[in-house]
Design a protein around this ligand. Structure first.
Ligand code: ZN
Ligand code: ZN
Ligand code: FE
Length: 755
């Protein structure tokens, strides 16, 4: 009995060797028919015996190629047509729905073997790839994903590459970027010459997969400090790329989850606790107990290393604050003050993509920056959403589009504070809208009136604007990340978010769902003197917290800041605070951590966002018992207020008594976790909720996160943290998008019912 089935598949099924996989299993199961890419996935028409078809369907879903993922599968019956063989057919383009544009994939082991083998025709070839690896999102110009819609269209394949491309049994069958030394892209400088420059301590601008890197020998202190000086990047750590996993083990302490993440197909930078005397130049990550480490992810990277080069600094090729450079013609004008030499190639980068940055927590991925290797992989949601654009925040901006049951979160765009970054934002929006065929009906934006993303939403997008409160968006992002719905307790801790009262929020205890939120409690407001300069000068926050706790006695305390900060500056800020001049009230958690960092003499001034808090976390000791938490109070009212004046008093007392800053830091972290748990207890008592979502940039602090998760679980709460999108503002757009879609849908439901 012969039957014929039409099988429609959606998910990650294009550009991952899916059709040849189907071709091979069709042969095994004696199935005739055809397989083709559609613009929203793959369609198979399979004809054969009942048992053959059953076997075919079962293998289809259980023996997937390494990079493939099936999100949806629909099977329907067709009339048998008596096909004689099984064919792979050319793509058809359809409208409306969409295909998933794959992210870039790190070089696979088989390709590495090819370019390492002197007898292979790709020996030493830096653009080797196959169906299981290579560039994707960075080179795709349109869908469907076929060679003519990529920047590889400029390189007609030679006869041998073409033969591989057409052979269903070849690993390079329909590998769209397939190339070899005869027909593919090439470098401007030979790789062995480049290794020579690196060994000699030069700084190189190297064109990579998603943009340029600035590269130098990570063990050469002179080179690294020179790069730091030229990039005007005084304190922020540089990431390094190391030759092998074994070298990563030598430099850092790894968990199994770290190893899997480092050596996997996505290859983000992983933040890892560093070992002492690792040999990495001190200027790589000054004042940092961790190193950002990644493994080579393109053939060119592999070829940059040799026995004398184990670890390279690899930092984005840009002036600080600007987006990554990706075009050859921009390289010289934008990078010549930074680099001694250039290594270019002639494969165009269509989408600029920075390296991703991850941590692991409890054996799971905990994203810091979701970019290369991840974007634009859609985030599957629990429910279908109205099509909207969400513009994200200001720092670490990403944007998000929704379509069907997917949220498409862009790669990292950067700090949206200048025209170059805004251009990158517009460019990315245009790409993603095209690939995913999204026609947004509304635009979600932050409530901060001066964010460029807000201005874009209101003045440029031409769409119906929906303003979303910053911390509500954080919690909604965490809910969507975890696929949960309904009402939750939201704990949103971060540096800055515009509040509905016009004040700067940042330590917020919410009750919320995807439609709305109630601010149940927050950190007691303190005045912040001088807006942006307060962010760069943690001592200003310290002074505010001291005056709040000690009043006029504050300035007589024997604390480092009164010694280190010029008296004149102290007087100015003191007056501003006393008279309320140029001050803004804030419940920011970031500024609280800044204050403690300055109080115990760790950092009074910063050179990058979050530095004081990071160094406070890094200083925290594990030696001995950290002691109980410091005291704090929760004042009831319309909303409760977390009052940390007792904490600040105790910290000052400890410090003056000679307790080490690291011990104070450890106790302070524990205190914050107890304050979070006590606040959640209060909300559970009044609202009966037991699910807690933790979000906001402060939760990048793994010490705080660890304590908070432990205490909340012990207290009987179910705790949700991020796993797919960053907990910082890089995940904000997802939350904005989900809230805006849900609001639109609920309005239309209300409308239909005539309410
Ligand atoms: Zn490969
Ligand atoms: Zn070729
Ligand atoms: Fe935030």
């Amino acid at each position: 009995m012969v039957a014929r089935k039409r099988i429609e598949l959606q998910g990650v099924v294009q550009g991952v060797g899916f059709r040849p996989f189907v071709y091979r299993i069709a042969g095994r199961c004696d199935i005739r028919g055809r397989v083709l890419n559609s613009s929203d996935g793959v369609v198979i028409e399979a004809e054969g015996s009942d048992t053959g078809l059953t076997r075919f369907l079962s293998i289809l879903t259980t023996e997937l190629p390494p990079l493939a993922r099936i999100d949806r599968l629909a099977v329907s019956d067709q009339e048998p047509r008596g096909d004689r063989n099984f064919a792979i057919e050319h793509s058809v383009s359809a409208h409306g729905r969409f295909a998933l544009v794959p992210p870039d994939v790190a070089t696979c082991a088989e390709c590495e073997a090819d370019f390492r083998d002197p007898a292979n025709r790709r020996f030493g070839y830096p653009f080797t790839n196959c169906t299981n690896c290579g560039p994707r999102y960075t080179i795709i110009q349109d869908v469907p994903y076929d060679r003519e819609n990529t920047t590889m269209a400029a390189f007609p394949m030679c006869a041998r590459c073409q033969a591989e491309y057409e052979d269903p049994l070849d690993r390079r069958f329909h590998a769209e970027p397939n190339a070899c030394p005869d027909c593919g892209p090439s470098l401007t400088v030979a790789v062995d010459a480049v290794r020579g420059f690196l060994r000699a301590g030069e700084i190189l601008a190297i064109k990579g997969l998603g943009g340029f890197h600035l590269v130098c020998d990570a063990t050469n202190e002179h080179a690294v400090s020179l790069l730091r000086e030229r990039k005007r990047r005084s304190g922020k750590a540089f990431a390094i790329m190391v030759r092998t996993l074994a070298i990563a083990e030598r430099l850092c302490v790894l968990t199994d989850a770290d190893r899997a993440l480092l050596a996997g197909t996505r290859r983000p930078i992983v933040l890892l606790p560093r070992r002492e005397n690792s040999g990495v130049a001190p200027s790589t990550a000054p004042g940092n107990t961790r190193l950002g480490v990644m493994l080579p992810y393109t053939p060119l990277h592999h070829l940059l290393f040799d026995d004398f080069l184990d670890a390279l600094v690899m930092t984005s090729g840009n002036m600080s604050e600007e987006p990554i450079v990706s075009r050859n013609e921009d390289a010289w004008p934008r990078l010549h003050t930074l680099a001694d030499s250039f290594l270019l190639h002639n494969r165009a980068i269509h989408a600029r993509v920075d390296d991703s940055v991850f941590q692991t927590f409890e054996g799971r991925e905990y994203p810091v920056r979701r970019s290369r290797g991840y974007a634009p992989d859609p985030i599957a949601l629990r429910m279908p959403l109205a099509e909207v654009l969400a513009c994200g925040g200001e720092l670490k901006n990403t944007l998000c589009l929704t379509k069907d049951r997917y949220a498409i979160l862009s790669q990292h765009i950067g700090d949206l504070e200048n025209l170059e970054t805004l251009t990158f934002f517009r460019e990315t929006l245009a790409h993603l809208q095209r690939f995913f065929r999204v026609s947004p009906v509304a635009v979600a934006h932050d409530l901060h009136p001066n964010y460029l993303s807000t201005r874009f939403a209101l003045r440029e997008s031409g769409l119906q604007p929906i303003g979303i409160q910053h911390h509500h968006a954080h919690i909604a992002s965490c809910m969507a990340d975890n696929g949960i719905e309904g009402r939750v307790i939201g704990v949103a801790l971060d540096g800055t978010g515009y509040g509905t009262d016009g004040k700067i929020w940042g330590c917020e205890f919410l009750v919320c769902d995807f439609l709305d939120f109630e601010r149940r409690g927050h950190l007691r407001y303190v005045p912040l003197a001088g807006g942006d300069s307060a962010v760069r000068q943690p001592w200003r926050s310290a002074l505010a917290y001291l005056k709040d706790a000690f009043g006029e006695r504050a300035s007589s305390l024997a604390l480092p800041l009164f010694r280190d900060i010029p008296p004149k500056q102290l007087r100015v800020v003191d007056t501003m605070l006393a008279r309320g001049l140029q001050t803004v009230e804030t419940s920011s958690c970031g500024r609280l951590f800044d204050a403690v960092s300055s109080l115990v003499g760790i950092r009074h001034e910063t050179t990058y966002e979050g530095q004081a808090a990071m160094e406070l976390e890094a200083a925290a000791t594990d030696a001995g018992a950290p002691g109980a938490a410091y005291p704090f109070a929760i004042e009831d009212g319309d909303r409760f207020q977390l009052d940390l004046r007792p904490t600040i008093e105790a910290i000052v007392r400890d410090f003056i008594d000679g307790v080490a800053a690291g011990d104070i830091s450890a106790r302070f972290h524990l205190t914050m976790a107890h304050a979070i748990a006590a606040s959640c207890d209060r909300i559970r008592a009044s609202h009966g909720l037991t699910r807690v979502c933790l979000s906001g940039g402060t939760f990048q602090n793994l010490r705080l996160l660890g304590h908070a998760v432990t205490l909340l679980r012990e207290g009987g709460f179910e705790v949700f943290i991020h796993t797919r999108v960053p907990t910082n503002d890089g995940g904000l757009a997802l939350g904005q998008a989900v809230i805006a879609s849900c609001r639109l849908q609920s309005e239309s439901v209300l409308g239909q019912h005539g309410w």
